[in-house]
Design a protein around this ligand. Structure first.
Ligand SMILES: [Zn+2]
Ligand SMILES: [Zn+2]
Length: 320
């Protein structure tokens, strides 16, 4: 089968079709999104990763012991925990030290014609979720994870830093809870995707610093991180949502003086993301900047790394 493979070099090549192991299903992949994590991996962010990339996808179950599942349109959670370690036994499965993660850690991903995944990782995609929306279930789940830090009190203010794919999804998620939201970004055309929401979108160059109860850093840039720390109200909270390619050097005195919290946030709940799409019908399709056939994956990755580009999708079949 065709696959997007990385072992220090990115290429499209033939790989053996995977065989489902005990408790696993075989999924024929329809489409997979390129995420910043994929761009970071090919840039060397995870030095020992070797395998097929891709963790945002949907497809159809081709082989499963459960006959009900055959032919169903599905996506899958990316973490595969060991289920026996301390973290797994105490409710911290996503932090399992032995975990594998599709296309990220010791496990082949979804940028291929087929992928195998544990049956427990599978989520059925309801009929009313479109194919284009389905590609966003994984990143939307991650975006929705920040909402547990968002106060429902309308007096409390939220600042979101960034206007990339993840920042826009976070903004959609947060705006469903509160209208007291400010987003600061660099690109007017990206911020324009948020026009349908009742919020304040500001370009970085005209942003006047003030304090917010919750600041979400989703730019992934050291300057975004510094801006975030300087905008948290005393006693407030700063949520870090991006990983950073570069190190950040900063003076932490401000955190001490203003006694605020900094928390990290990673993956989220797929079920919630699916429900969010069903209830809110967010315009996720508009975030797709380009679609490429898997054979053109190298070009797709190059395009996805351009600053103005949002989600790039590799398709193994036509979208509906
Ligand atoms: Zn991702
Ligand atoms: Zn474990």
């Amino acid at each position: 089968m065709k696959a997007v493979y990385f072992d220090g070099e990115l290429r499209v090549c033939e790989r053996p079709k995977p065989l489902p192991g005990e408790g696993e299903v075989l999924v024929k992949v329809s489409a997979a999104g390129i995420c910043n994590t994929d761009l970071e991996i090919i840039g060397g962010y995870i030095p020992d990763f070797k395998g097929i990339l891709g963790h945002e996808f949907f497809g159809y179950i081709e082989e499963s012991d459960d006959t009900f599942l055959r032919g169903k349109r599905v996506t899958a959670e990316i973490n595969i925990p060991c289920l026996t370690c301390d973290m797994c036994m105490n409710g911290g499965k996503k932090h399992c030290k032995e975990r594998k993660a599709l296309g990220i850690r010791n496990r082949d991903g979804a940028m291929a014609e087929y992928i195998t995944v544990p049956i427990g990782n599978i989520h059925l995609i309801p009929e009313s979720v479109s194919d284009k929306q389905a590609v966003f279930i994984e990143p939307l789940a991650a975006a929705l994870e920040v909402t547990r830090f968002i106060p429902t009190d309308k007096e409390k203010s939220v600042l979101i830093i960034g206007d990339g794919k993840l920042a826009l999804l976070i903004t959609m998620a947060v705006s469903a809870i509160t209208e007291n939201v400010t987003v600061v970004g660099k690109y007017p055309d990206k911020l324009a995707f948020l026009n349908y929401l009742p919020l304040t979108a500001t370009l970085l160059k005209s942003f006047r610093k003030e304090f917010f109860d919750v600041v979400i850093e989703a730019s992934g840039s050291p300057s975004g991180f510094e801006l975030a720390l300087s905008c948290v109200k005393p006693g407030g909270i700063c949520v870090l949502k991006s990983t950073y390619k570069d190190n950040v050097s900063f003076n932490p005195s401000n955190i001490v003086r203003n006694e605020f919290k900094i928390v990290g946030s990673r993956c989220g709940d797929f079920k919630r993301a699916i429900d969010f799409i069903l209830l809110q019908n967010p315009p996720l399709e508009s975030l797709i900047s380009g679609e490429f056939a898997i054979k053109d994956a190298i070009e797709a990755f190059r395009y996805a790394s351009e600053a103005r580009v949002l989600k790039v999708v590799l398709s193994m079949k036509d979208f509906r």
